[in-house]
Design a protein around this ligand. Structure first.
Ligand code: MSP
Length: 520
């Protein structure tokens, strides 16, 4: 796409030996929706996801499975790769931190930080959580159910004492604060920005960045007894994927610095504090934005091993449909907040927003055109103020959604879309085109034309969230594949009267409880 502006968005790389659940699926889904929106809006997009494969946790799991760690990672990373076809993600790349090119990038960034005088050898004595792969200060720990110390995320911690290289994080306080101030949307949502700023203002301790008690990781350049702290290597994946340390690499030139690192709130500190400090130290531009989203609970409860309530993404896709699952997760809560996943809420969204509101609108209008206009796009006559109003709303939808998507307020973009769905439904009821058939067929044609044109806008703009269903709607409006991006929106690209339409069919079925299962 010559001259297109670029857009680089990343998900966190997933701990390779975790079993994918809806929390994982959520981060990638949000990136997918933003990436699809940007592509349709003419940007040259790089959307990256992948797996985080080093560290003590993986080494232990491989041992427990009686496997060589690499072989183990090769096997389990497929669980995350398989999410893309399942959830209909459009990622451009999938990175694994056990790729050889990644060792090179991680060692290069380490060396650059060392050359800048930010790394020194000392000894670490403190708390470490293998599950979170994180160091915790005494005052950050809480008391667990049996009085034992644990992290605020409920992970066990152990006391660790070993030689370690340190990063001079304490030296980066002012430059980090300046970085947050440089652009208003550096860390979003604003509540998360406040959290990061106050953490940094509170004073920063130097960070332990190497371990000697295990082997599964990237060796420290010049001192292979030390393995890099897994987060140093993990964060570097975002650079590896665009060719670093080859800063002449066309991908690096085009996409770095990343436009958005999308993360969950639990890993904000790594992305919002450590990562920009590492990058600035290494002389690499820090990312433009870090967006931290909230966490899902399931039927009101935290997802946990002990409760066994992790929902595998496959389960919801099989039960509700992929577009339905995607829509629900993006619409149910303001993006950034925590939310609750429940069967009841899912069914409500499917039956009310998708089936009744959007699906029914398209089905009603397309069936009327099929029956009363010889199955072709009707010709519009002079427009009434009500027609004009609806078309103006539809034509103005893209700029409103763009504004919301520029700050990853995906829920707000969807609210805008459904406002037009609602307006179109009210317009159908008020104009009653079925009654005009006998009394004023020319007026009926004008009304149906305006509705078809509105549905075209809605379907084109719904593609990032419900790609399959929106695609089928556009098929039914006979919109060719090359006319489905946002450059065809607005009055200029309007539907051509006379185009023959295929027979309509519903794209958003109602969810009906399986009665036999419900009765048992
Ligand atoms: N490997 C690290 C990331 C390294 S990035 C350089 C990691 N992996 S993870 O698999 O544990 O988490 C990946 C993402 O899933 C995080 O953004 C996390 O917030 C998200 N979620 C995990 N559980 C979640 C919920 N219950 N709800 C929403 N998202 C959650 O951290």
């Amino acid at each position: 796409m010559p001259g297109a502006k670029t857009f680089y968005i990343t998900t966190p790389i997933y701990y390779v030996n975790d079993k994918p659940h809806i929390g994982h699926a959520y981060t990638t889904l949000a990136c997918d929706v933003v990436a699809r929106f940007m592509r349709l809006d003419g940007r040259d997009v790089m959307f990256l996801t992948g797996t985080d494969e080093h560290g003590q946790k993986v080494e232990k799991s491989a041992q427990a499975a009686g496997m060589d760690p690499q072989q183990f990672c090769d096997q389990v990373s497929e669980n995350f790769r398989d999410l893309s076809p399942l959830m209909n993600y459009s990622n451009d790349a999938f990175i694994r931190t056990t790729e050889a090119r990644h060792d090179r990038a991680s060692q290069a960034i380490w060396q650059a930080m060392a050359d800048n005088g930010d790394i020194y050898l000392d000894k670490y004595a403190g708390w470490y959580s293998v599950r979170d792969e994180a160091y915790y200060a005494e005052e950050e720990l809480v008391e667990g159910p049996d009085g034992e110390k644990q992290s605020a995320f409920g992970s066990p911690v152990e006391w660790v004492e070993e030689p370690s290289y340190f990063f001079r994080l304490s030296q980066w306080q002012d430059r980090l604060l300046a970085y947050y101030d440089e652009e208003p949307g550096r860390v979003l949502p604003p509540s998360r920005r406040n959290e990061v700023v106050s953490f940094v203002k509170g004073g920063l301790r130097d960070l332990s960045i190497s371990r000697t008690s295990f082997k599964w990781g990237v060796p420290v350049p010049g001192d292979p007894d030390h393995i890099m702290y897994v987060w140093v290597d993990a964060l570097t994946n975002y650079l590896t994927a665009v060719g670093y340390p080859d800063t002449d690499d066309p991908a690096y030139q085009k996409y770095w610095p990343a436009d958005v690192h999308m993360v969950g709130k639990d890993i904000l500190r790594f992305h919002g504090v450590y990562w920009p400090a590492f990058l600035m130290s290494a002389g690499v531009a820090p990312p433009r934005r870090i967006f931290a989203h909230g966490w899902w609970t399931v039927e009101g409860q935290k997802m946990s091993k002990s409760l066994g309530n992790f929902i595998p993404p496959q389960q919801i896709v099989e039960k509700y449909g992929v577009d339905q699952a995607r829509y629900f997760m993006m619409r149910e809560l303001p993006f950034g907040n925590d939310g609750n996943f429940s069967h009841e809420a899912m069914v409500n969204r499917i039956n009310s927003d998708l089936a009744n509101d959007f699906g029914n609108l398209a089905q009603r209008v397309l069936s009327m055109i099929n029956r009363n206009c010889d199955g072709a796009v009707p010709e519009a006559g002079p427009l009434d103020p009500a027609d004009q109003e609806l078309l103006t709303l539809a034509h103005g939808l893209l700029p409103r959604m763009r504004e919301a998507m520029a700050e990853q307020a995906i829920h707000r973009a969807l609210e805008q879309l459904w406002e037009v769905v609602g307006a179109a439904n009210r317009y159908v009821d008020a104009q009653a085109p079925w009654a005009l058939r006998k009394t004023d067929p020319a007026r009926m044609a004008t009304v149906l034309y305006g509705l078809a044109e509105t549905i075209r806008h809605l379907a084109v703009l719904a593609q990032p969230v419900v790609p399959e269903a929106a695609g089928r709607m556009l098929d039914q409006l006979a919109i060719p594949a090359e006319a489905r991006d946002f450059s065809h929106l607005g009055a200029d690209g309007a539907l051509a009267a006379g185009a023959v339409l295929p027979k309509p069919e519903g794209v958003f079925p109602r969810y009906v409880e399986d009665e036999a299962a419900a009765a048992s």
